[in-house]
Ligand binder design. Sequence first.
Ligand SMILES: *Cc1c(COP(=O)(O)O)cnc(C)c1O
Length: 421
Amino acid sequence: MSDSAFHYADGVLHVEGVSAASLAEQFGTPLYVYSRDALTRAYRAYADACAGRKAKIHVAIKANSNLAVLNVFARMGAGFDIVSAGELARVIAAGGRAEDTVFSGVGKSAAEMREALQLGVKCFNVESIPELHVLNHVAKALGKKAPVSLRVNPDVGPKTHPYISTGLKANKFGVAFSDARATYAQAHAMDNLEVVGTGCHIGSQITEISPYLDALDKVLELVEQIEADGMHIHHVDVGGGLGITYNDETPPDIGEFVKTLLDHIKKPGHGQREVYFEPGRSLVGNAGALLTRVEYLKPGEEKNFAIVDAAMNDLARPAMYEAFHRIVPVVERRDVKTQTYDVVGPVCESGDWLGRDRDLTVGQGDLLAICSAGAYGFTMSSNYNTRPRAAEVMVNGARARVVRKREEVKQLFAGESVMPD
Ligand SMILES: *Cc1c(COP(=O)(O)O)cnc(C)c1O
């Protein structure tokens, strides 16, 4: 959890100045709670480390796209990284600007490109040659030139960096490094495209700097080649992916990470280039928690279960990635025995678990906080088992505000109808 936004006072977990118990009481559970201060401080850490350099932070909104969260960043001057036309609509609804937005993703549709071009996004991060052709075609029909950057796949070694999941040859993302120069030449030759940059995004939850530096070395080598081919590379996009502490990970702090990368790009000939960052998790992950209530304690021969009212539909990461989230009691108590539990939800799947083998001092009806749930939490939630999605609350000092209402069951099938006969 972040330094001080989530902390205990008199044995009760607080989010800034508000007791998490009172939030659960007032707004019900499961409940996502975000600290505005934690969001602000994480963004500032990026922005402060960029001071004096041409650099821009584009918040990767797939990690958390609540309008209130985006608005906090927009007010601080952030740009945004989107992966769909829907996300672009959210950016604009939240007070962000298309001209500060970069459009990433391996499968943009022509309709999405059209919308993004009309609204005036700053750059398309293109991932394949067929995509270049479609974008060129769409831009031509609109009488525009589309700004493009290729997302190159630097193929930083799986042996040295086993935790990297998207910067390898064997996955669907990016243009292979060995094809990048030729692909740039093709883009350059298309009438309705304008090459403006290059970049990569090598993975997520990365806890060391060295793979970024390895990737950057390859990207900068490419920049020199494509500039020799007559293109001007205005920006280098280093992507996102910086990890956070869920349990005992020790990622570099944001300031150190940013400064190290910026220094690396100072190399002769590159210092004047604008540097784009696309952080997601590291801005929002530890700024949020998911509050849940224990419905039942179910002792067993091999396992004890704490069955809670949050489930895999609310927080999919444990079920999807076997991800670890710390789980802590909202109100500390000493009057019950500490036992080892699997914390599970009510969904009818064995995969519906939130934490395994956790020592917890809890009773039936108690509240738990699932920590570090601000990234890829609500945004990956679903209505599986016809469960309304949780409410989201943002805390600012002593105040709390609902920034997304809890869904109602009738909303869940409002668009459905039965056959007429
Ligand atoms: C998901 C994503 C990000 C953000 O990744 P984090 O690990 O959340 O920082 C940035 N850029 C692209 C292209 C992405 O797909």
